[in-house]
Design a protein around this ligand. Structure first.
Ligand code: PLP
Length: 355
């Protein structure tokens, strides 16, 4: 039986998607060829790319509004610098909410002045800073919607006249937002969409072409827009699997339906963390808790061996917290069923009964 996979990333994917993907590896579209051994310029693969890019804009409600969806290489980590390369002329504003935000700031500093308008570094990133102001003279504002490692999530996004850039690696397609508020969204595929190896970028075309520096072709969003994400050989397998996941999401009612399940999963687990005296949540304020990654620890570390043995015996995978936080992290991405969260909650309740 399949494990209850709470892995933070690469993440759980729908079983039906994995099944279809494995068939395509041996015989794609009945071509008697593998998906990974045909030309990326063949009609069969060009259709995959077009379908994937369409589905992205459709799910986010961004069709016909000047946005382009791109599948690039290099992970979200390359976007940390590509964003600055393409958009930062003089000064940009950043919100520092965790390790990934911190890394994006480090890269952006290579290109201009960075104004850190809010930070929760003082408390090991256990909350989301609020009431910060974004100067009107910056080239853009950058934030991280969901902090995968610390388990915090932004519920509100600022109203601002400057371009809004967001790293949505770990919560894209998980909840309904007004995505048209954002000018550039990026996400490594492997948190909530597909295997690692491709990065999704959604960019409003009219924010580009404004910096004075020369941008190398591979790092220039306009190159990839003009070549429909086919400037060089795309990551065919991760893009294909991402397309299958996006189709699966559509068959299951889209973001609004998956959000209901995500809310139910988060409620089930956080209710238990709050109720059970053996566990403590990591995040300081309940309103900042992530619905994707729940971070928690044992109140008494002497129960660690018993708890670890119990969840492993229950078929749970990937519950250990990130080394910078410790404790546990339950990642509840779109493909994780509610039943898996129930299994975890049962293990937590059993521990209470036994101790
Ligand atoms: C995992 C993660 C990244 C890094 O992604 P890579 O694709 O490994 O470069 C960046 N931002 C967030 C929010 C993440 O969760």
């Amino acid at each position: 039986m399949k494990k209850h996979n709470f892995s933070a990333g690469p993440c759980i994917l729908p079983q039906s998607v994995l099944q279809k993907a494995s068939e395509a590896v041996t015989n794609f579209n009945g071509l008697d060829l593998s998906l990974v051994e045909i030309s990326h310029r063949s009609k069969d693969f060009v259709d995959v790319m077009e379908n994937a890019r369409e589905l992205v804009l459709e799910h986010l409600n961004l069709q016909n509004q000047g946005y382009k969806a791109l599948f690039l290489h290099g992970g979200a980590s390359l976007e940390f610098l590509m964003v600055a390369y393409n958009l930062l002329e003089k000064k940009a504003a950043y919100l520092n909410t965790g390790t990934w935000a911190d890394k994006s700031i480090k890269e952006a500093k290579l290109f201009g002045e960075i104004d850190i308008v809010g930070s929760s570094k003082d408390a090991n990133f256990n909350y989301i800073p609020k009431n910060y102001t974004i100067p009107s003279d910056v080239d853009y504002f950058h934030c991280t919607s969901n902090n995968t490692i610390f388990g915090t999530q932004m519920q509100e996004f600022p109203e601002t006249n400057v371009p809004l850039v967001c790293d949505m690696s770990s919560d894209i397609f998980s909840r309904v937002l007004d995505f048209s508020k954002f000018d550039l969204i990026y996400a490594g595929a492997q948190k909530n969409m597909g295997p690692s190896g491709t990065t999704l970028v959604i960019v409003k075309e009219d924010i580009l072409g404004k910096v004075s520096r020369t941008i190398p072709s591979m790092l220039d969003y306009q190159t990839h827009i003009s070549k429909d994400s086919m400037f060089n050989t795309p990551a065919v397998f991760p893009i294909y699997v991402s397309m299958l996941t996006l189709e699966w999401l559509k068959e299951n009612g889209g973001i609004s339906e998956i959000e209901k399940i995500n809310n139910a999963k988060a409620k089930l687990l956080y209710t238990e963390i709050d109720r059970n005296p053996l566990f403590n949540g990591f995040v300081a304020n309940a309103e900042d808790r992530s619905k994707m990654n729940a971070t928690f620890s044992l109140a008494n570390d002497s129960l660690k061996d018993t708890f670890d043995a119990s969840w492993k015996a229950a078929g749970i995978n990937g519950l250990n917290g990130h080394r910078s936080v410790g404790g546990y992290r339950a990642s509840m991405y779109n493909a994780l069923p509610l039943e898996s969260v129930q299994v975890l909650v049962d293990v937590m309740q059993d521990l209470e009964k036994k101790s």
